[in-house]
Design a protein around this ligand. Structure first.
Ligand SMILES: [Zn+2]
Length: 418
């Protein structure tokens, strides 16, 4: 029996290693496949996105990003493998146990060490990405001070929110055993709905300044549109995205009386007023077609499934033994489960991306029907051009990674609808 148990743990250890390596290989091969098509001719419909000089620049940018991606993902996979081979999780577990015998405190210290450690090791990469690559292509607006403060605020939020939820779930595990999963599910779901409603009020101000869109011709045009489609919208905000990057964006958040549209100041800079209204019409489309509610429900359902699956395995001492930890615990089970779950989350990610792309078409169609397809096309082209985006992504790459259809696909869909 003892032998069989060891054998299971050893097999599981190799499966965990295998999953880490397979995950890396899959992503790298897909990146390479996509990169092979960087120099493909630009589709005729999109030749007006770049002039010659900008096209050159976009080619360099995506190649540099590709190489950097290889380097940073290679670094983290090597680090993960070394950590597994040299029993790093067991070592951190020993350290955490020196401070307390309370399972919740041990778990918090354990994840604290892992998260801060990996953050320290990966910070040089995000530094390089922001201050060397983005800087070189004229995208970066982040100051050193903003970069450091963002890091600290991010860590603090992880500690409070992540630590709080983890502590609660382990406490549920202590009092309810395997049934912890649906207690945890209720808490996480309530939290998700709450965050969806109040994200803009509670979290965004920690990182950005947002102001109501001032009255003027843009606001008048937006209000004329929302009135026409019968969309009650009191909250139109402008956010100082230019504090970090020149890249533009717009998004929808909340629902009911809390619903709001947030426009980046960079978007207002880059686009004409009609184009901004077209982007906003696309966002209204997401709301009207109930995509916001669907996404929320889908993420709650996925969370429930994940927690349920976790409840089946987390108590098994084989998980701990696979990571060379003798005392089974929730946090070690969670780490092993987290790695083993990644192929499943790859699949759920595929499904969610597929649905998301369908939704993007629907939102585009909505904007086209209720406002103007031409303005949306020109805004999408401008935004793609300004971010030096890849106009020749590979089909498989789109299928796996893209939450939005490619520019060409959106163009063709919008043209077909006119
Ligand atoms: Zn969209």
């Amino acid at each position: 029996m003892f032998k069989l148990y060891n054998l299971q743990a050893e097999t599981l250890y190799y499966i965990i290693l295998g999953v880490v390596i397979a995950d890396f290989l899959f992503d790298t091969l897909l990146d390479a496949l996509n990169a092979k098509h960087f120099d493909d001719p630009i589709p005729a419909e999109l030749t007006d996105v770049y002039d010659d000089e900008k096209y050159e620049k976009s080619q360099e940018y995506k190649k540099e990003r590709f190489k950097f991606g290889l380097l940073s993902s290679g670094f983290s996979v090597i680090l993960t493998i070394l950590f597994l081979v040299f029993e790093g999780f067991a070592a951190v577990d020993v350290i955490a146990r020196e401070f307390s015998s309370n399972p919740i405190v041990i778990a918090l210290i354990f994840f604290g060490i892992i998260i801060i450690g990996s953050d320290l090791l990966t910070t040089p990469f995000s530094w390089y990405s922001t201050f060397i690559i983005e800087e070189k292509y004229g995208f970066n607006k982040t100051s050193t001070k903003t970069f450091v403060i963002d890091k600290l605020k991010g860590l603090l939020m992880t500690m409070i929110v992540g630590g709080g939820i983890l502590a609660l779930i382990i406490w549920f595990y202590q009092i309810a055993g395997e049934d912890f999963w649906w207690y945890g599910w209720i808490v996480v779901s309530v939290f998700a709905v709450f965050m969806n409603m109040f994200y803009a009020k509670l979290i965004v101000p920690l990182f950005n300044k947002q102001t109501a869109l001032e009255s003027g011709s843009l606001r008048t045009k937006i209000e004329a549109y929302t009135q026409k489609v019968g969309f009650q919208l009191d909250n139109i905000f402008v956010i100082d995205g230019s504090k970090r990057s020149t890249k533009a964006n717009a998004y929808f958040s909340g629902f009911g009386s809390e619903k709001r549209i947030t426009l980046y100041d960079t978007l207002i800079n880059d686009l004409d007023e009609e184009e901004i209204v077209a982007v906003l019409a696309h966002e209204v489309g997401h709301y009207k077609k109930r995509h916001i509610v669907f996404n929320l429900i889908a993420s709650i359902a996925t969370t429930g499934f994940t927690l349920w699956l976790l409840s089946l395995f987390v108590g098994s001492p084989v998980l701990s033994s696979a990571l060379s930890v003798s005392d089974p615990s929730f946090h070690i089970g969670l780490i092993a489960f987290g790695i083993l779950y990644s192929p499943i989350s790859e699949v759920t990610g595929l499904v969610m991306n597929y649905i998301s792309r369908k939704f993007e078409y629907q939102a585009d169609d909505y904007a086209s029907k209720t406002y103007n397809a031409q303005y949306l096309i020109s805004s999408l082209k401008k935004l793609s051009g300004n971010t030096l985006s890849n106009l020749t992504p590979h089909k498989t790459y789109i299928f796996v990674h893209y939450s939005h259809p490619s520019l060409l696909q959106r163009f063709q869909n919008l043209k077909a609808g006119i």
